[in-house]
Write a protein that binds this ligand. Structure first.
Ligand code: SF4
Length: 363
């Protein structure tokens, strides 16, 4: 088995040109820096939950990690092999791109959009097996598909296999999409808000199923969510990591317990505060100076969180903090982690009054 992590990202940056509409035809397009300088390793059989407000770059980072988005700069490696070198057919490619593609799968928030409405479930599930395991007989394929349908509680499997997607509930469609990903025998599955559209009662059921299958198939999972409670559920039970993103940057990452019990980054504290079931009874003042999220086309100078951070000082406007080890796998990017940083002799910012608005950090 390779000693390399399943995925390693180093100093990854992803920029997009924004669509300026009709006026854009006469001007240079704005550049949105969706991911900025992120380094991250996803080990074998690990669950990593990426959380943060809408637009923080977590989906872009997830897609970049599984090779569906080319980074503007930095490297993305699968078991030590640069994914984009393999894709471009470089001369010293050790892992063929075809193997990388099979090993990195995705399930989306809306499973209906990734199932052909005119195809029976059995046909949708047989397609990846035909492609990736052409040696299987028709009977082998059917046995695998029925076995998986049974495994996720869709029985009798011959009944579900012969239905069309519109004859399934949202939760059943999500299970089919999960089976389809697992039939590829992947090393990592990116679950992009995969349970957000489900009823609360079904969410727990689906998360339990994800964890069971992750354990059974020894697959790593990157789970993207705007909800810190869901991230906690998945990572506490699997000994996983929670990564917190803000305006394209990974500001804190660590084991679930440390992130929730001892958050070090002021933004993580705000996210935790905005998730009522994590801090029941805490109706204190919102831990933000300003609730407005800055424009990603023109992010703040220095630490990108300084316009909202209640701990911000003048030094935070000048330079950007590096990610420092807090303890083991726990890292945070805040000057307060550096005991000798000039931050401590710098005056507090007083240009923005603390906000007294309601809980909105996780909107
Ligand atoms: Fe807040 Fe400064 Fe830390 Fe950024 S570096 S999170 S602005 S204290």
């Amino acid at each position: 088995m390779s000693p390399d992590p399943v995925i390693s990202l180093e100093n990854v940056q992803v920029d997009f040109e924004s669509d300026n509409g009709l006026l854009g035809a006469f001007s240079k397009p704005d550049v949105v820096n969706a991911v900025n300088g992120v380094s991250l390793e996803i080990p074998e059989k690990k669950v990593v939950a990426l959380v943060g407000e809408s637009g923080c770059g977590k989906t872009t980072l997830g897609k970049t990690a599984i090779g569906l988005q080319r980074p503007t700069s930095g490297s993305v490696k699968f078991r030590g092999q640069d994914i984009w070198e393999a894709r471009d057919g470089g001369s010293d490619v050790e892992v063929p791109y075809r193997d990388i593609r099979r090993s990195l799968q995705i399930i989306h928030q809306d499973p209906g959009s990734s199932l052909n409405p005119n195809q029976k479930i059995v046909k949708s599930l047989a397609a990846p097996l035909k492609k990736w395991q052409p040696g299987l007989t028709r009977e082998d394929r059917q046995a695998r598909i029925y076995g998986m349908l049974n495994r996720v509680g869709m029985s009798p499997p011959e009944d579900y296999a012969n239905r069309y997607p519109h004859q399934l509930s949202g939760g059943e469609k999500q299970r089919v999409v999960l089976i389809r990903a697992l039939l590829m025998n992947p090393d990592l599955i990116l679950a992009d808000e995969a349970i957000s559209a489900l009823d609360v009662s079904l969410r727990i059921e689906m998360m339990e199923l994800l964890l069971e299958l992750q354990n059974q198939f020894d697959t790593s999972f990157v789970f993207i969510s705007h909800d810190l409670s869901n991230a906690r559920y998945l990572t506490e039970k699997s000994d996983g990591l929670i990564g917190v993103m803000y305006l394209g940057e990974l500001v804190e990452i660590g084991p679930a317990e440390q992130i929730l019990e001892d958050p070090r980054h002021p933004y993580t504290k705000a996210l935790r505060w905005a998730t009522p079931d994590l801090l029941p009874g805490d109706d204190g003042e919102v831990p933000l100076r300003n609730i407005d999220i800055p424009d990603p086309v023109n992010p703040p100078s220095g630490c990108r969180f300084h316009t909202r951070c209640p701990e911000a000082r003048e030094a935070c406007k000048q330079s950007s903090p590096e990610s420092k080890v807090v303890n083991g796998e726990h890292r945070a990017a805040c000057f307060r982690e550096e005991t000798t940083h000039e931050y401590w002799n710098s005056p507090p910012l007083d240009d923005v009054e603390p906000s007294s608005d309601a809980k909105t950090a996780d909107d």
